[in-house]
Design a protein around this ligand. Structure first.
Ligand SMILES: O=P(O)(O)OC[C@H]1O[C@H](O[C@H]2O[C@H](CO)[C@@H](O)[C@H](O)[C@H]2O)[C@H](O)[C@@H](O)[C@@H]1O
Length: 264
């Protein structure tokens, strides 16, 4: 069994037998793909998009991506399929053809991007990922710049005021609209067809996913953390590879419930 208990103790045996219809929420980086040296380097197993499409069918449409990436990026890597998506850590939500939530563009965010590009130009290995409504500063390739980069992001977040929050992640910090989180996004989708009435299952790997775990736990669902790190999720899978095996198998068998995550 791949799954381990994390110490947050719901009755695991109950989940292992739970066959209720689920709504599946999936993070992208570190969950569907392994973490790579830079945002552009990720490689998605070519079987995954079609498998997710089949799973979506098995779940009566209740499958969504919940990611820090922009919708445009996820649409591109998962083409030709288009999935319901809560992007930019919940600030931009598309369900079917409908935009449920979209943060406003701001001149302050544009100014922050310019300031970050100037910083990156003077520090080898620093990457600025401009996502239009948000921006990420990456130091995975320049770990020695960690403190300076984080200080700059904190200063920019303070300058931008309460409409923006700092989202820390794996060798990254991001300026994101303060109005949303992965938790609010999942809660919003859970009030919407085809998600409403199902048991939410959210799988992620990072601190940004903890907002989602908290929301799913409060809704009586199952949260699963990929990899190590402190977590509110009661259950853990060791790697994206382990998750991929479960999802590919479920796409084949046509069966995915909370109990499936005990059979990887
Ligand atoms: O919510 P997610 O789908 O997990 O997205 C979170 C951020 O992931 C990406 O950055 C992370 O993955 C990169 C590629 O593996 C890695 O190089 C970087 O160090 C990680 O922080 C992405 O680039 C961000 O936009 C997402 O917000």
């Amino acid at each position: 069994m791949n799954l381990t208990q994390t110490g947050n103790e719901p009755p695991l045996d109950d989940w292992a037998r739970d066959e209720r219809a689920i709504a599946l929420f999936l993070d992208f980086d570190g969950t569907l793909v392994e973490i790579a040296p830079s945002p552009a380097d990720v490689r998605l197993d070519r079987r995954v998009p079609a498998a997710l499409d089949r799973l979506r069918g098995h779940l009566s449409g209740a499958l969504a991506l919940v990611s820090g990436r922009p919708i445009s990026f996820l649409d591109t890597v998962l083409a030709p399929y288009r999935f319901d998506t809560a992007a930019l850590h919940g600030a931009d939500i598309r369900c079917g053809d409908e935009v449920l939530t979209q943060a406003a563009a701001s001149a302050e965010m544009r100014q922050a991007v310019r300031d970050l590009v100037r910083f990156a130009n003077s520090h080898v290995g620093i990457i600025v990922e401009d996502k239009d409504l948000s921006v990420a500063l990456h130091w995975r390739l320049a770990p020695q710049v960690h403190d300076e980069a984080l200080d700059l992001m904190r200063a920019l977040a303070e300058r931008m005021g309460p409409l923006v929050r700092l989202q820390e992640g794996k060798a990254v910090a991001e300026l994101v609209p303060a109005s949303a989180s992965k938790g609010t996004a999942i809660a919003q989708l859970m009030q919407t067809a085809p998600y409403a009435g199902r048991v939410p299952v959210f799988i992620g790997d990072d601190v940004t996913d903890e907002h989602g775990f908290e929301a799913v736990n409060a809704l009586g669902g199952l949260s699963i953390r990929i990899g190590d790190g402190e977590t509110l999720a009661p259950l853990r899978l060791p790697s994206p590879t382990a998750l991929r095996a479960i999802l590919l198998n479920a796409a084949e068998t046509g069966r995915l419930t909370a109990s499936s995550f005990y059979q990887g």
